[in-house]
Design a protein around this ligand. Structure first.
Ligand SMILES: Cc1cc2nc3c(=O)[nH]c(=O)nc-3n(C[C@H](O)[C@H](O)[C@H](O)COP(=O)(O)OP(=O)(O)OC[C@H]3O[C@@H](n4cnc5c(N)ncnc54)[C@H](O)[C@@H]3O)c2cc1C
Length: 346
């Protein structure tokens, strides 16, 4: 089996920020065997491997990726029903929103609030994607993966993935260890939609259905440029650039701001509120980067370089820290940098 390589790929066209330098080479794999051949080639050539989904949670350096980019393309869906639960095994290469649309259309509850999130199914477990009162951890049963170093296939139960708010072991301790090849979900046949998010519940009104929830989520997201739209420059982002800080209950108790208690006893603050009140505004332009005109938490690429986006993120982080003593944590994955994220952002 041979590997078809494209050399010198401009990664700007493969990321939703439209930023970043070139990759030495790119290839596709549609099944675990092809993937193993690509991984073996990378080892042979001493190339670091970057697994690329939809590029919607990636900040690629101006130096680019001096190695092999692998795109896993299996987009198949297999369904087995047991009682009122539909067990889905979905190839990592399927578009995330295509999966949500299919499940909503089939009357399967569990993913409807995650409508409109860009990217591919294989990346959803990486940061436990979430929105409007749902997180993907609530429906993932297991993750199928190939270990990069050995090529061995493995089935990882959800309970071992370390899922947390915008986090998992795939983003931390297991970073660069696996290629996710499929995700197994358990969805409720004929289940009711989730309506935990007040803005959504109000918009949907009486007698909500999975379809009406999806429709309203897409509408709310579009208003914030949080769905990809080729003619909307404010959607040239990686989504929310910083996660909402999780703090001890008494933190900033004297400041009147949104705060949500979490299950583990901490309190979640609003990163958007902090950025806004630290003096940053929607629509600000900072060289080749900026802040979305429709969402203060979304940093956008304006042609680059990536260094401008990194400088803007560092300025925002310093401003929020100075005003509130809180260090914001970036949500996207930074690749191709020779410094750590904390060294880059200060
Ligand atoms: C407009 C916009 C709105 C967004 N809204 C949300 C939101 O509401 N909620 C939310 O949680 N996120 C949101 N995001 C972030 C992003 O869409 C999600 O994190 C998504 O899951 C990333 O998928 P991707 O395929 O684009 O991953 P990529 O950006 O290609 O990759 C992200 C990381 O996952 C790794 N990866 C990708 N695929 C695999 C695989 N098969 N195996 C192993 N590692 C892999 C990559 O190496 C990288 O480290 C938004 C982004 C944008 C641009």
């Amino acid at each position: 089996m041979t590997v078809a390589l494209t050399e010198g790929v401009d990664l700007r066209g493969w990321t939703t920020l439209h930023l970043g330098g070139p990759a030495a080479a790119m290839t596709e794999a549609s099944d675990p065997d092809q993937l193993r051949v690509a991984l073996a080639l990378a080892r042979e050539r001493d190339w670091p491997v970057l697994v690329l989904g939809g590029g919607s949670n990636l900040v690629v350096s101006d130096a680019g990726w001096d190695g092999l980019v692998i795109r896993y393309t299996d987009a198949t869906i297999e369904r087995t029903d047991r009682g009122d639960v539909a067990h889905l095994r979905v190839g990592a290469g399927l578009g995330w929103d295509a999966l949500v649309a299919r499940t909503v259309g089939a009357g399967l509850a569990g993913l409807e609030c995650l409508s409109g999130i860009p990217g591919r199914v294989g990346a959803a477990p990486i940061q436990n994607v979430g929105a409007y009162g749902q997180e993907v951890v609530q429906t993932i049963e297991a993750v199928e993966a190939v270990e990069r170093a050995t090529g061995e296939g493995t089935l990882i139960p959800a309970s071992e993935c370390g899922f947390a708010y915008r986090d998992s072991k795939f983003k931390g301790a297991w970073r660069d260890r696996y290629v996710i090849t499929a995700v197994r979900f358990a969805l409720t046949i004929g289940g009711a939609p989730t309506l935990r998010y007040p803005e959504l519940a109000k918009a949907v009104g009486e007698a909500p259905t999975l379809a009406s929830v999806r429709e309203h989520v897409l509408r709310i997201r579009a208003g914030k440029s949080m769905v990809l739209d080729p003619v909307d420059p404010n959607s040239r982002s990686a989504g929310s650039f910083f996660t909402n800080p999780l703090v001890a209950p008494g933190t900033l108790a004297d400041v009147d701001m949104p705060r949500w208690p979490t299950d583990d006893g901490r309190v979640k603050l609003s990163a958007a509120w902090l950025i806004d009140h630290a003096g940053f505004a929607k629509g600000e332009v900072h060289g080749g980067a900026g802040i979305s005109a429709n969402h203060v938490l979304a940093l956008i690429g304006r042609g680059g370089p990536t260094a401008d986006l990194v400088a803007l993120a560092a300025t925002i982080r310093a401003g929020v820290r100075e005003a509130y003593g809180i260090t914001l944590v970036p949500e996207p994955v930074f690749v191709g940098f020779d410094r750590t994220v904390d060294e880059l952002l200060g």
